[in-house]
Write a protein that binds this ligand. Structure first.
Ligand code: GRF
Length: 196
C-alpha cells in the first residue's frame, strides 16, 4: 500500500485529481497527509474537506532550518509515509527528506522536461517561455525528485499541441487537463509495484 504525502503550495487541483482517481479507480494508495508551505493553499482546504490531515509548515514558523526540516520529517513519519508526491510545491525539499525517500518522491511539471525546467520555471513562466520559443508542442512530465530542480529521471511525459492562437493561459489549461490524468496513472503504477 502506498501511503502518500502530498506537498502542494497552490490551488491543489492535481492533489484533488489524485485523490479522486485513487477512489474512482480503486488505486491501492492512500493520501495520508497534505503539507503546504502556504497557509492559503487550496490544497489544505481541500484536504480538510476530504478528511485528510493537513499541515501548514513553513520556514517562518521555525527559528532554524533544521527544526523546520525535523518537523517535516516527523510529520511524514507520523503518518507512515512511504511515497511523496509534489503537486505544485514551490519550495525545494530539504536534502535530508530526499535521502530518506530514495526514488520515492515524484513531481509533476507542466512542460516537457528537460526543456523549460529549473529555477524560476513555474506557473505561467513555463507556458510563456514555451509560446515565446515557438514550440509546436508542450505537455506534462512526471519525474523523480533529486537534489537539483527538475533534474531527476523522467518517469513519463504526455504531450499537447501548442496552437498558433494559444496564450499562456489556454496552454496552461490544456496542460493541466493532461496533468490530472498523468499523475494518477503514474501513482497507480507505483502502487501496483508496491503491492507485489
Ligand atoms: C501544475 O501546473 C503543476 O504542474 C505545477 O504547478 C501547478 C499546480 O497546480 N508544478 P495545482 O495546484 O495542482 O492546481
Amino acid at each position: 500500500m502506498l501511503n502518500i504525502a502530498v506537498f502542494a503550495s497552490g490551488r491543489g487541483s492535481n492533489f484533488e485529481a489524485l485523490y479522486r482517481a485513487i477512489i474512482d479507480q480503486h488505486i491501492l494508495a492512500k493520501i495520508v497527509v497534505v503539507i503546504s508551505n502556504n497557509s492559503a493553499s487550496g490544497a489544505l482546504t481541500l484536504a480538510q474537506s476530504f478528511g485528510i490531515p493537513a499541515y501548514h509548515l513553513s520556514q517562518r514558523q521555525f527559528q532554524d532550518p533544521k527544526m523546520y526540516q525535523q518537523k517535516t520529517l516527523e510529520t511524514l513519519r507520523a503518518f507512515g509515509t512511504n511515497f511523496i508526491v509534489l503537486a505544485g510545491y514551490m519550495k525545494k525539499l530539504d536534502s535530508e527528506i530526499i535521502r530518506e525517500f530514495p526514488n520515492r518522491i515524484i513531481n509533476i511539471h507542466p512542460a516537457l522536461l528537460p526543456k523549460y525546467g529549473g529555477k524560476g520555471m513555474f506557473g505561467m513562466n513555463v507556458h510563456s517561455a514555451v509560446i515565446n520559443a515557438g514550440e509546436r508542442e508542450s505537455g506534462a512530465t512526471v519525474h523523480f525528485v533529486n537534489e537539483a530542480y527538475d533534474e531527476g529521471n523522467i518517469i513519463a511525459q504526455q504531450t499537447v499541441p501548442v496552437d498558433a492562437n494559444d496564450t499562456p493561459e489556454t496552454l496552461a489549461a490544456k496542460v493541466l487537463q493532461v496533468e490530472h490524468r498523468l499523475l494518477p496513472s503514474i501513482v497507480k503504477i507505483f502502487s501496483e509495484q508496491s503491492a507485489k
